[in-house]
Design a protein around this ligand. Structure first.
Ligand SMILES: [Zn+2]
Length: 125
C-alpha cells in the first residue's frame, strides 16, 4: 500500500511538472512580451517591442503621426490627417491587427516576434 502511494505521488508530481511546464510555455508564447509593433512609413520601417511603453512620432506624408505603446497594446494618439480614421481605430494588441493612416502613408501592425524575418530587425537596429 505504501509503495503504491509513493509511486502514485511520483507520477502525480511528474504529471504536474509537465502541466506546469506546458502552461508556462503556452503563456510565454501568447504573451505580449513576444509581440512587436512594426511601423512602416515613407522613409523607414521601425519595430518596437510591445513590452516597452513608448511614445513614437512618425513623420508622415501630410504631417506627424503619434503612436503610443502601453501595456502590450498600441494606438494612434494623434495624427495630422483629414479623416482621423487611424485615431478612431483605437487600441490594438493582438498579432495580425493593424492600423493604417493612409493620408500619411503610415501603417502599424503587430506581429509575433517569432514570425518576423531578420530583415526588419536589421532595419530597426
Ligand atoms: Zn490618419
Amino acid at each position: 500500500m505504501k509503495k503504491s502511494t509513493f509511486w502514485d505521488k511520483l507520477i502525480l508530481t511528474f504529471v504536474f511538472a509537465i502541466i506546469i511546464a506546458s502552461i508556462f510555455f503556452n503563456a510565454d508564447k501568447s504573451s505580449y512580451l513576444d509581440k512587436k509593433a512594426i511601423i512602416y512609413s515613407k522613409t523607414k520601417v521601425i519595430s518596437y517591442n510591445l513590452e516597452d511603453d513608448k511614445d513614437i512620432e512618425i513623420e508622415g506624408l501630410k504631417g506627424k503621426v503619434n503612436i503610443k505603446i502601453r501595456n502590450g497594446g498600441l494606438w494612434v494618439a494623434a495624427a495630422e490627417c483629414p479623416d482621423k480614421t487611424c485615431v478612431k481605430c483605437g487600441q490594438i494588441s493582438e498579432a495580425g491587427q493593424s492600423i493604417a493612416c493612409l493620408p500619411n502613408g503610415v501603417m502599424v501592425l503587430i506581429e509575433n516576434s517569432s514570425d518576423s524575418g531578420s530583415i526588419i530587425d536589421d532595419v530597426a537596429k
